[in-house]
Design a protein. Structure first.
Length: 393
């Protein structure tokens, strides 16, 4: 075989990936290669031998798939085989020096082996229970039907009490100007714009609000106040228009990924219910720092939030609460399995390589401290504030 100029470091980098957090090693642990060999013999074609140790076609194919993902420019069999030979020579030399007995090395190999098995299990689960066309169609109908094929343009006045809302309705009955009343009396951020919410779909608003708007005729306002978690509303529907949802085929990849993730979540929850899981980890208590919530023009923390693109407003509440309750942030670390779901989903796409990265992600999630959670809470507040700034007309 013609010698090729292949760096040994690259070969090792593609095969071994160190994890940030490793479980405690035991003296009885053996190498990943030995464990896999003991579990299932590889009967595929032998491509080369190194001091009697076989490099098989299965090993070559797996390694090539990993390499292709990291070096999409392509590779040839001869070059990859040369890398595997160099890798095997290095492994054999390391074993002769006892490197494979090092506690951290054993822990890394054990963790990678677990990640590969977990990734293969998830891939099998998804393959055995694929997302059906019927499920995709049902999800498409649900999501597109939620908007009713319409968008609405409306204004509203948001106040604290039902009595205040009734007073506004009385003023409208006697010829009061809706926009002027909104500018004068509304506690929401759109008050300064006469209560104008711009165009929105029903799904973008909380249900009582969207139902009230949909029931109105063009130019009509609500004769009774509408209550939401934000307060009491008086609403006028200015206009509506039909909207065409994105075609099914355009949304299919996202819907398939969404349903696969739901399947994986259900699968993991089922495993947890049947398992005896005990978490000994205790996060150190930290004192919550003073957090300055970014000012949002037209928004007061002492009044109910405006439901303009309500998701963003709700995010401010949730993010602020999460940041101020930093001492409970350890729950994020204990729920590391949730982070592992996303990484494991990626691992299912290509078991041998991505599963290693899944192990790293899960371990890193578990190592998050309460202090990091506080920082994330602050960032979430800023992001949510920015979202409202972008979405509020």
């Amino acid at each position: 075989m013609k010698p090729l100029q292949i760096t040994l470091a690259a070969a090792i980098g593609l095969s071994l990936t160190a994890c940030d957090q490793m479980p405690e090693a035991t003296d009885t642990a053996v190498s990943t290669v030995q464990q896999v060999t003991q579990t299932a013999a590889d009967s595929s074609e032998v491509m080369a031998t190194v001091n009697g140790s076989a490099i098989t076609k299965n090993l070559l194919d797996t390694y090539m798939a990993q390499r292709q993902r990291r070096r999409p420019e392509g590779s040839n069999i001869e070059g990859v085989l040369e890398e595997l030979i160099n890798l095997e020579l290095t492994v054999q030399d390391g074993i002769s020096q006892g490197v494979d007995k090092d506690a951290m090395v054993v822990a890394q190999m054990n963790q990678q082996r677990k990640a590969v098995i977990a990734g293969a299990t998830i891939k099998k689960m998804i393959t055995d229970k694929p997302v059906t066309q019927e499920e995709l169609q049902a999800l498409y109908d649900e999501k597109t039907g939620a908007n009713g094929g319409k968008e609405y343009k409306a204004r509203h006045v948001l106040v604290k009490t039902e009595a205040e809302a009734n007073d506004i309705i009385a003023k409208l009955e006697t010829g009061g100007d809706f926009s002027a009343l909104a500018k004068e009396l509304s506690t929401g951020p759109t008050g300064k714009n006469g209560g104008d919410l711009g165009w929105f779909s029903a799904a973008q608003m909380v249900q009582p609000f969207s139902e009230a708007v949909a029931a109105l005729e063009k130019g009509a306002y609500t004769k009774t106040p509408v209550e939401t978690q934000f307060g009491w509303h008086v609403i006028v529907r200015d206009d509506s228009r039909d909207v065409q949802p994105p075609p099914f085929d355009q949304l299919k990849p996202q819907m398939e990924a969404y349903l696969q993730k739901e399947r994986l979540q259900t699968y993991l929850e089922g495993l947890k219910e049947k398992a005896a899981v005990e978490i000994q980890y205790q996060a150190p208590a930290v004192e919550a720092p003073a957090i300055e919530v970014p000012a949002i023009e037209g928004h007061s923390q002492n009044v109910p939030h405006d439901p303009t693109h309500g998701t963003a407003d709700t995010a401010v509440e949730q993010a602020t609460d999460a940041a101020s309750e930093a001492t409970g942030a350890a729950k994020d670390a204990m729920d590391a399995a949730k982070g592992a779901i996303d990484t494991a989903t990626e691992a299912a796409g290509d078991v041998a390589g991505d599963a290693v990265e899944a192990a790293k992600g899960a371990a890193a999630d578990a190592a998050n401290s309460a202090t990091d959670a506080v920082k994330e809470g602050i960032d979430a507040v800023k992001d949510a504030a920015g979202a409202i700034g972008e979405n509020t007309p």
